[in-house]
Design a protein around this ligand. Structure first.
Ligand code: HEC
Ligand code: HEC
Length: 251
């Protein structure tokens, strides 16, 4: 019993050096083809700057992949836990997909990417400290233009802003600081951590809006909702007429 416990502990809490080592092996398997040896990034000849990457111009997105030096655990955690990485092939917008890597492999890769250079750690947001109406106002100002008011995704040229309903608080905090793909990067000057807590609280609220006054039908608005009511009411009335008619016939 003791032995099992010791083995379990040894497996659960390896020294971070071996996390990085394991991460490096996985990097060789899944990432090196695009991000290059030691994460220095790969560029095509017509692009002088290191690779494509968040907030780079569309022309630069044609390059293979950005340098990972200094992007830190924050970016690695976001791109891996969303399934954005490993990207299937160059030129695609990274999208949320099912994870090919296990949570442990993700930890290992995050440790390896973080070891490549000094960079931001994984944030710890506190959405409970946020304020819903402040969050709604800030979301409307900074995010709704692309992600729509209820956070269900929208359209911008050249990219699809995804719906935010599957994002955890940490992923939202990470995305705001990174600005993945064509999304802008928001510094702590543009959006303070306190304001970010409020935004996260609002995004999480918008996933389950408190639908008082009935059935939401995908938040499509009052006119179609009214039509659905009429359709249902009409069906009920017809059934009632038929039943009453049948009864009258038999009397
Ligand atoms: C098919 C090529 C490809 C593969 C394979 C790939 N990446 Fe990427 N990676 C990209 C591109 C292109 C971007 C830029 C995406 C963007 O603009 O948001 C990127 C961005 C990133 C970023 C964000 C960098 C930043 O500047 O914030 C991280 C972190 C990352 N990749 C990690 C990985 C890891 C770890 C793997 C292996 C599990 C991997 N990638 C595999 C092409 C690739
Ligand atoms: C210019 C349009 C634009 C604005 C403004 C914008 N986003 Fe985004 N956002 C995007 C796009 C495009 C992506 C997809 C990135 C990718 O595919 O790599 C994205 C991705 C995200 C993601 C990851 C979603 C997922 O699950 O794949 C989150 C979370 C997010 N944005 C939150 C925000 C918040 C919060 C704000 C406001 C502070 C904001 N965004 C402002 C365009 C935008």
């Amino acid at each position: 019993m003791k032995l099992i416990l010791v083995v379990a502990l040894a497996l659960a809490a390896p020294a971070s050096a071996s996390l990085v080592g394991q991460g490096k092996n996985l990097y060789g398997q899944y990432c090196v083809s695009c991000h290059g040896a030691n994460g220095q990034g790969v560029t095509t000849s017509n692009v002088k700057r290191a690779g494509a990457g968040p907030l780079r111009l569309q022309a630069q997105q044609e390059a293979i992949a950005p340098s990972l030096k200094g992007v830190g655990a924050l970016a690695a955690d976001f791109y891996l836990t969303t399934g954005y990485m490993p990207l299937q092939h160059v030129g695609l917008q990274p999208r949320r997909t099912h994870l090919v890597l296990s949570p442990r492999q993700i930890d290992e890769l995050v440790a390896y990417v973080a070891s490549l250079g000094k960079g931001p750690a994984i944030p710890t947001p506190h959405p409970k400290r946020g304020n819903l109406s402040v969050g709604m106002a800030a979301f409307t100002d900074h995010c709704a233009g692309c992600h729509q008011v209820v956070g269900e995704g929208g359209f911008v040229t050249g990219a699809v802003p995804p719906p935010l309903e599957d994002d955890s608080a940490v992923q939202i905090a990470e995305a705001v600081r990174i600005g993945p793909y064509v999304m802008p990067t928001f510094s702590t000057k543009a959006i303070s951590n306190a304001e970010l807590d409020s935004i996260i609280r609002y995004v999480q609220y918008a996933k389950h809006p408190d639908d008082r006054g009935g059935w939401a039908i995908g938040h499509i608005g009052p006119v179609p909702e009214g039509l659905v009511t009429w359709l249902v009411a009409m069906a009920v009335l017809i059934v009632a007429c038929v039943v009453i008619g049948e009864r009258l016939k038999h009397e």
